[in-house]
Design a protein. Structure first.
Length: 348
């Protein structure tokens, strides 16, 4: 277990009772244009270094801006860990990687309290969850008890150890991976945890041109060596605050609800998108509008993000929850978008 600097750990204790994490100081809120410049600098820095293509990079960064977590369903060796580490580098954030196994304990993630014989008190030693970006490799190999520890971290931005609550760093993003093909020795992710991933996507294989460029590059073995920070975690917190202020009109909000409601009324879907999915789709649409330099959401923002936000949440009749890939869900969302009327919105 790696030791973390004290600045990433914050505990608020009152007697022996668990307490809520203390709030971080409010960030300064940049203008829409300044926030867009910051986010696009991050996207361009990653796009100039990674070979996975611009689309998954934009989705990962937009998820970061929206304050969500990202699930990557992909085969080994396509650059999932590199993407997460690169994202941490460009925002000057701490990045920890956890390889999940069936015998992993919750304390392996959250940390432990160790008795200090000098002070006669328990000292908390934080686990790998204390980072701005946590790479959860093969998260579906963890047993249900360990997955429950991940759920608290993802849902509340905190962990509880021995009756004390410890606040996680801000921003805090989990980028989890699971292999959609190899299911032997895995535990299906519980519905509550699947629902906490704001987006789900696949990097896929790079183009032949990008793969050749990777092979011939002087940085082929260490692609992150040429990457430099373009902003700070404080900047990201400010960008998030700016995204919260992006205007979501009533027609676009109704469009979001119409899409999620349609997933619940289909015979080919056992369980449709939850109300939380509507909130996440709205948050992602606001973040995408901000990236585009707009202070308002358009229906196109919603249409573009509907599949990565909603597809992995759908449970189809022939699949178990938390297993397999999201191909069936993507097909359902594509059909829903064809039938739900698009509102006419004039940006101003």
């Amino acid at each position: 277990m790696s030791e973390q600097p004290d600045r990433t750990v914050s505990a608020s204790v009152s007697g022996a009772a668990s307490t809520a994490p203390s709030a971080s100081p409010a960030p300064s809120v940049p203008s829409v244009q300044d926030a867009a410049r910051t986010v696009n600098a991050v996207i361009n820095a990653l796009d100039g270094t990674l070979s996975c293509g611009r689309e998954p990079i934009e989705l990962a960064v937009t998820t970061l801006v929206a304050g969500g977590h990202l699930l990557l369903e992909d085969l080994p060796g396509v650059g999932k860990t590199t993407l997460a580490r690169a994202l941490g580098t460009v925002i000057r954030g701490d990045v920890h990687r956890v390889q999940f196994t069936p015998d992993m304990l919750p304390s392996d993630l959250t940390g432990v309290s160790v008795y200090n014989q000098s002070t006669h008190e328990f000292d908390f030693h934080p686990g790998p969850l204390f980072a701005n970006i946590v790479i959860a490799d093969e998260i579906n190999r963890a047993n249900p008890k360990t997955q429950s520890a991940m759920l608290e971290a993802m849902a509340e931005g905190q962990v509880s150890v021995d009756g004390v609550t410890y606040r996680l760093p801000d921003p805090y993003v989990v980028i989890a991976t699971q292999n959609p093909i190899e299911l032997e020795g895995t535990f299906p992710l519980p519905e509550a945890q699947i629902d906490r991933f704001m987006t789900c996507t696949s990097l896929g294989y790079p183009s032949a041109y990008a793969e050749i460029a990777t092979l011939t590059s002087a940085y082929s073995k260490r692609p992150l060596d040429r990457l430099r920070p373009v902003c700070s975690t404080d900047d990201i917190r400010g960008v998030r605050a700016a995204a919260d202020l992006v205007h979501l009109s009533d027609p676009v909000a109704s469009y979001i609800v119409a899409i999620t409601t349609a997933t619940r009324r289909r015979d080919d879907v056992r369980y449709g998108a939850s109300p939380r999915a509507s909130l996440f789709l709205a948050a992602m649409a606001k973040a995408r509008a901000l990236v585009a330099g707009r202070g308002f959401v358009l229906p196109d923002d919603v249409r573009t993000l509907a599949s990565p936000v909603l597809a992995h949440r759908l449970v189809l009749p022939d699949t178990a929850f938390g297993t397999g890939d999201s191909a069936g869900g993507r097909a359902v969302i594509a059909d829903v978008l064809e039938h739900v009327p698009v509102p006419h919105v004039n940006g101003d």
